[in-house]
Design a protein around this ligand. Structure first.
Ligand code: MRU
Length: 399
C-alpha cells in the first residue's frame, strides 16, 4: 500500500543490508520508524513488544525468524536440535494468533528436507518470501470477495433512497440543502471495525480492511467507524492512520459506542479480523470483539470475519475453552501513550497508582454470532460444513 506516495509494506527484506526490516508500529501514527531485525532474538523481541502485530504479519515475521536462526549460526554441529529449539522460542513469542506457529512450522518443514547448510538457508529464505507473497495475494482476494457484500448493501441503500426520493417528490418539489445532505448519508455504507486488521497487520490490503479498500477504489460511497481499541489503541492509532492515508472517510469512536450506533441504524455491517478461528467457526480476536458481535446480533447487523486460511486452526473445535488467550502486561492498561502539544511521545498514568489491572488481550466470539467468513476462496457460513466446503483438504484432520 502507499504511504505518502511510496509503496510500503510492514515487512520486507532489504537486499542491500541483507536484513529483515519492519515498521515499528508502536510509534505510529506519530513517528515512522523502521527497525532492522538481524537475529532470531530481534524477531522474537519485535513480536513480543509488538513492533509487528496482527496475525498474518506475525506469521510472516516468524517465518523470517527461522531464516535468521539459520543465518546467524553456521557452525552448529547438531542443526536439527538447534533449529527445533529456536523455532519453539519463536512460536512461544505470542500464544493466540495461530499464524505464528503456522509460519514457523511451514519454513521448518521445508528446511528439514535438506542436509547442507547452504541449501537450508536458501530454502528458508524462499519459503519466508513465498509466505509474504501468498498472504498479500490472499488479502487481495479477500478484498474482491468482501467487496461484493458492500456492493450489495450499497445497492439496497440506493434503491431505498430512490424510493424515498420518489415518495418525497410527490409531497414536496423544493429540496433544501439539508435534505440533499441527509440523502447522501443514507446512501453511504457504514462499516464498523475493531482493532487493526489492515495492511499493517498483514502484508498488503489487510483482512477486514481489504473489502473496504476495494469498495472505496471502485467508487462506492463508504464510511468506517473505527473502534479505538483499548488498551493499545490499534484502531485509533493504526486503522485511522491507514484509512486516512488512503483517503477513506472514517470516524474514531470509543470502544463502547458501537452498540449505540447500531441501535440507531448507523452501522450497516461489521467486519473484523481474527487471530485464530476454529474449524467450527469460533473466532478469537482483539478483546471487545465479542461485545460487538453481541450488539450486532441484537440489532440485526451482519457481522463478518475476514481471514486467510493461515488463520484457521484446523485442530480445534471449541474456541472458548481451547484457544489460548494472551494476558499482557497490565501497564498497557494503566498507562496511555500519545503526543503532547510539543510533539513529544509521552505515556501517562490513568488509574490510581495502586489499583490492580488485568490485561486479557483477546476474546472468543462463538460461531453462532458470526454471519459469515470472507476468505481467499470465497465467503462461507460460520459452520464446520460450510468452512470445509471451501477448504475440503482439511476435512480429515479433525481430532
Ligand atoms: O494484539 P494485536 O494487535 O496483534 O491484535 C491484532 C488483532 O486482534 C487483529 O484483529 C487480528 O490479528 C487480525 S489481523 C488481520
Amino acid at each position: 500500500m502507499k504511504v505518502d506516495g511510496k509503496d510500503m509494506r510492514p515487512i520486507w527484506f532489504d537486499t542491500q543490508s541483507e536484513t529483515v526490516k519492519v515498521i515499528d508500529q508502536r510509534m505510529l501514527p506519530h513517528k515512522f520508524i523502521v527497525a532492522e531485525l538481524k537475529t532470531v532474538d530481534d524477531i522474537i523481541d519485535a513480536i513480543k513488544q509488538m513492533f509487528v502485530r496482527g496475525a498474518p504479519l506475525i506469521g510472516a515475521t516468524g517465518a523470517f525468524g527461522v531464516y535468521n536462526a539459520l543465518k546467524q549460526i553456521s557452525d552448529v554441529i547438531n542443526y536439527d536440535d538447534y533449529l527445533q529449539t529456536e523455532c519453539q522460542r519463536l512460536k512461544d513469542a505470542r500464544p493466540t494468533a495461530v499464524n505464528l506457529a503456522w509460519g514457523v512450522d511451514r519454513v521448518l518443514r521445508v528446511v528439514l528436507k535438506y542436509d547442507r547448510y547452504e541449501e537450508r538457508l536458501k530454502a528458508a529464505f524462499k519459503e519466508a518470501c513465498d509466505i509474504v507473497e501468498e498472504e498479500a495475494e490472499n488479502c487481495r482476494l479477500i478484498g474482491q470477495y468482501g467487496c461484493s457484500l458492500i456492493e450489495d448493501i450499497s445497492l439496497k441503500k440506493s434503491i431505498a433512497k430512490r424510493q424515498g426520493q420518489e415518495d418525497k417528490k410527490r409531497e414536496q418539489n423544493k429540496k433544501t440543502q439539508q435534505g440533499e445532505q441527509s440523502q447522501k448519508r443514507e446512501k453511504r455504507v457504514n462499516i464498523l471495525t475493531h482493532c487493526n486488521a489492515g495492511w499493517l497487520a498483514t502484508v498488503e490490503y489487510g483482512t477486514a480492511t481489504a473489502p473496504i479498500y476495494t469498495a472505496f477504489d471502485k467508487g462506492i460511497d463508504i464510511h468506517v467507524w473505527v473502534d479505538e481499541t483499548r488498551p493499545l489503541n490499534q484502531g485509533a492509532r493504526l486503522t485511522a492512520w491507514e484509512l486516512g492515508k488512503h483517503g477513506i472517510p472514517h470516524t474514531v469512536i470509543t470502544d463502547n459506542a458501537g452498540g449505540h450506533l447500531m441501535q440507531h441504524g448507523m452501522v450497516d455491517m461489521v467486519i473484523v479480523g481474527t487471530d485464530r478461528t476454529t474449524r467450527t467457526g469460533d473466532v478469537a480476536n482483539k478483546i471487545g470483539t465479542y461485545l460487538k458481535a453481541l450488539a450486532a446480533n441484537d440489532n440485526g447487523v451482519p457481522f463478518y470475519v475476514a481471514l486467510p486460511s493461515s488463520t484457521f486452526d484446523w485442530n480445534l473445535t471449541d474456541g472458548i475453552n481451547d484457544i489460548p488467550i494472551e494476558e499482557r502486561n497490565p501497564d498497557e492498561i494503566r498507562y496511555v501513550q500519545g503526543v503532547d502539544s510539543y510533539g513529544n511521545l509521552i505515556s501517562v498514568l490513568v488509574p490510581p497508582e495502586k489499583s490492580h489491572a488485568v490485561n486479557h488481550a483477546f476474546d472468543v466470539t462463538p460461531a453462532r454470532l458470526v454471519t459469515g467468513f470472507i476468505t481467499e476462496r470465497g465467503i462461507c457460513k460460520a459452520s464446520e460444513a460450510s468452512i470445509l466446503s471451501l477448504f475440503p483438504e482439511y476435512a480429515s484432520r479433525k481430532q
